[in-house]
Design a binder for this molecule. Structure first.
Ligand code: HAM
Length: 425
C-alpha cells in the first residue's frame, strides 16, 4: 500500500469509527456516573497562558521543563494544556465560582498534550477524565474523589488494581523531609544517575521517582516522608485511611510515592494496573491546598484526580472487556428501481422519527450487493421494496439473524420490530 503523504503528528492518533464507539460509550458512562455523585461538568480551552502552567505545576517539573507544547502569538505565550487541574483552578478564580456557594465539585473529559517519547499507553495527545473538588479541606472530600475514581473502574469491570496512597504533608514538613533526604543521599551523590544528580539540588523529592538502576539502592533505604509529617498532616492522613477502610476501598501505603507536579500537599495517590505493562498508572491525584491562592484566588483547599482514558481502554482490551454493544442498525431498506429508492428515503425519516435506526444504499447498487451491505452493517432486518411491493402495499421483511421472511404492510413494521426487541431484551 502506498504510504500516506500526510500523517498525524508523532504520538497523536486518529480515533477511527470502530474505536470512536468505545470512546462514546466511556464518555457517556462518565457523564452518567458523575451526575450520580452530583458533580458538574466544566470545559476549558485547550490553550492556556504559559505562566499559569509554569506557576501551577512548577518550573522544575518534567512536564514544564521538557514536555510542554508551547508557542507564541504577538506578545503572548501559550501552551497546549498538559493537564487540567491548573486550568480548572484558573477558571474557578477567573469566574469567581466560589460565589456560587458551597463546595465546587467539577468534572471534565478532554484532550491533554505532553511532548513525551511515545510508547504503548503514552501519547503526545492523550485524554483524561477527572474531577476537582474545590473548597473543602475535609478528608471526606479526598475519599469522595478516590471513591468516584474506583467506582468508574469497577463499573467497567477493571477490578485488578492497586491504590497507592501517601501523604506528602504541608510545605514545612516537606522542607524538613527534603533536608533529611539530601543528608541520606549526599555521601553517595557521585554514584547517583546524572538526572538524579541534577535533581539533588533542584528537586530532591523527584529522585524517589527515578527508574534508573543505579539510584535504586539509595532510594530503597531512604527515610520516608511520613516520618516528618506535622500533627495536622498526620491527623488528616489517618482520617483518609480510616474513611477508605470504612468504605472497603483497599489501599497500599507507599511512602515513596511523590507525584509529578509541585502543587500537591497532604494526600497523594495513584491507581496502578498490573495489566498495563510499563505505563501502569491508570490514574493519579491528590490534595492541592495552596494552588488556588498561588493562582491569585483566596486561600481555598482542594483535591482531585485525573485518569488516562487511553490506558483505561488498553486495560479493557487486555482483560477482554467489550465496552460497547455490537453496532446495530434496526432496518436496512433494500430497494429496486428509482420509485422504490424515493419511497425508501421518505420512510427512513419516518422510522427514525419513531426511534428506529434505519439506513439504505446510497449508490444504486444491485439488490444482492445491498443485502451484503445490510449484513456488513449488522442490520437486524432488511425490508425488500420493488415496483410490485409498492403497487400491492405488501413488503418482504427479512429477519437477518434467523434468515426468515414475512410479508408485511408498512404500518406493521414498527410492531414486528418492537415485538422482537422485547423478546430479545
Ligand atoms: P497525572 O498523573 O500527570 O496527573 O496524569 C493522570 C493520568 O493521565 C495518568 O495516571 C495517566 O493515566 C494519564 N497520562 C498522563 N500522561 C499521559 C500520556 N503521555 N499518555 C497517556 N496517558 C497519560 C494529572 O494530570 C493531575 N492533573 C491529576 C490531578 C487532578 N491531581 C489533582 N487533580
Amino acid at each position: 500500500m502506498a504510504q500516506a503523504k500526510y500523517t498525524t503528528h508523532h504520538g497523536m492518533v486518529d480515533i477511527l469509527p470502530d474505536e470512536a464507539v468505545k470512546w462514546r460509550f466511556l464518555e457517556e458512562l462518565i457523564h452518567r456516573e458523575a451526575a450520580l455523585f452530583n458533580f458538574e461538568e466544566i470545559r476549558t480551552p485547550v490553550m492556556e497562558q504559559t505562566e499559569l502552567i509554569v506557576r501551577g505545576l512548577g518550573q522544575l517539573t518534567d512536564i514544564v521543563s521538557k514536555e510542554i507544547f508551547s508557542f507564541s502569538r504577538g506578545e503572548d505565550n501559550y501552551v497546549l494544556r498538559p493537564e487540567l487541574t491548573a486550568p480548572v483552578v484558573r477558571s474557578y478564580v477567573e469566574h469567581r465560582l466560589d460565589q456560587r456557594g458551597g463546595t465546587q465539585k467539577l468534572y471534565y473529559i478532554g484532550p491533554m498534550f505532553r511532548a513525551e517519547r511515545p510508547q504503548k499507553g503514552r501519547q503526545r495527545q492523550f485524554h483524561q477524565f477527572g474531577l476537582e473538588i474545590i473548597g473543602s479541606s475535609d478528608p471526606v472530600a479526598d475519599v469522595e474523589v478516590i471513591a468516584f475514581m474506583i467506582h468508574i473502574y469497577r463499573k467497567i469491570g477493571i477490578t485488578n488494581t492497586v491504590l497507592k496512597l501517601n501523604s506528602i504533608g504541608d510545605p514545612a514538613c516537606r522542607e524538613r523531609y527534603k533536608e533529611a533526604l539530601k543528608e541520606h543521599l549526599r555521601p553517595n551523590l557521585e554514584k547517583l544517575s546524572d538526572v538524579s544528580k541534577v535533581r539533588f539540588e533542584k528537586n530532591p523529592l523527584r529522585i524517589l521517582d527515578s527508574k534508573e538502576e543505579e539510584d535504586q539502592p539509595f532510594i530503597q533505604n531512604a527515610p520516608v516522608i511520613t516520618g516528618y509529617l506535622s500533627e495536622a498532616s498526620e491527623l488528616h492522613y489517618s482520617r483518609v485511611k480510616e474513611l477508605l477502610t470504612d468504605l472497603q476501598i483497599p489501599f497500599s501505603e507507599d511512602p515513596y510515592l511523590v507525584r509529578g507536579m509541585d502543587y500537591y500537599t497532604q494526600t497523594a495517590f495513584e491507581l496502578i494496573s498490573p495489566d498495563l505493562g510499563a505505563q501502569d498508572a491508570l490514574a493519579g491525584g491528590g490534595r492541592y491546598d495552596l494552588l488556588v491562592e498561588e493562582i491569585g484566588g483566596q486561600p481555598t483547599p482542594a483535591v482531585g484526580f485525573a485518569a488516562g482514558m487511553e490506558r483505561l481502554l488498553i486495560a479493557c482490551d487486555e482483560l477482554g472487556i467489550i465496552l460497547t454493544p455490537e453496532k446495530q442498525v434496526d432496518i436496512y431498506i433494500v430497494t429496486l428501481g428509482e420509485r422504490a429508492r424515493k419511497w425508501g428515503l421518505s420512510k427512513l425519516q419516518y422510522l427514525r422519527e419513531k426511534g428506529i435506526s434505519a439506513t439504505m444504499d446510497y449508490s444504486g447498487r444491485s439488490m444482492k450487493a445491498q443485502m451484503k451491505d445490510a449484513n456488513r452493517e449488522g442490520a437486524r432486518y432488511a425490508l425488500l421494496v420493488g415496483e410490485n411491493e409498492l403497487n400491492e402495499g405488501m413488503f418482504t421483511l427479512r429477519n437477518m439473524a434467523e434468515s426468515t421472511e414475512k410479508g408485511v404492510a408498512f404500518d406493521q413494521i414498527l410492531n414486528e420490530i418492537s415485538c422482537s426487541s422485547r423478546a430479545s431484551s
